[in-house]
Ligand binder design. Structure first.
Ligand SMILES: [Cu+2]
Length: 145
């Protein structure tokens, strides 16, 4: 491998290594005592129209933007039709099924296709890692008509 090519592959590898190291450095953030995460709306079994207004309810903890390390706070994540179990030791993925509300939002309007969907809220710490123990809502089922 040429010196130039080697340097390029190291540069490419660096962010990946940093991402792998981050959870171990951050460590699990303790959840607030009696933290309770829930949907204010919609409710389980509700028939709704898209865009769906989702309001996040949280008791006994506060909301802070992502990146802000303040005791007993986190930011909301909405899981849409997620079937894989939550891995509490790594940052929550960021994709169409895992929505981050890193500005500290407590509600959102989300576009969903017609049909049945599952929704679940997961609170993440400043580094998007679930708390210890994880602060998650019940999974609710909604139907978009
Ligand atoms: Cu996040």
């Amino acid at each position: 491998m040429s010196q130039k090519l080697l340097r390029r592959s190291l540069l490419l590898a660096a962010p990946a290594l940093a991402a792998l190291a981050a959870p171990a450095l951050a460590g699990p953030t303790p959840a607030g005592k009696d933290a309770y995460l829930y949907f204010i709306t919609p409710h389980n079994g509700q028939k709704v129209r898209s865009p769906v207004l989702v309001i996040f309810g949280l008791r006994n903890m506060g909301v802070a933007p992502a990146g802000v390390k303040f005791p007993n706070t986190g930011h909301h994540h909405l899981f849409v039709d997620v079937t894989e179990p939550l891995d509490p030791n790594v940052p929550i993925p960021q994709d169409k099924k895992h929505l981050h509300f890193g500005a500290g939002q407590t509600q959102a309007r989300i576009e969903l296709p017609k049909g049945r969907h599952t929704l679940q809220l997961v609170l993440g710490d400043a580094d998007h890692i679930p708390f210890d123990p994880p602060v998650v809502s019940k999974i609710i089922h909604i139907t978009v008509i």
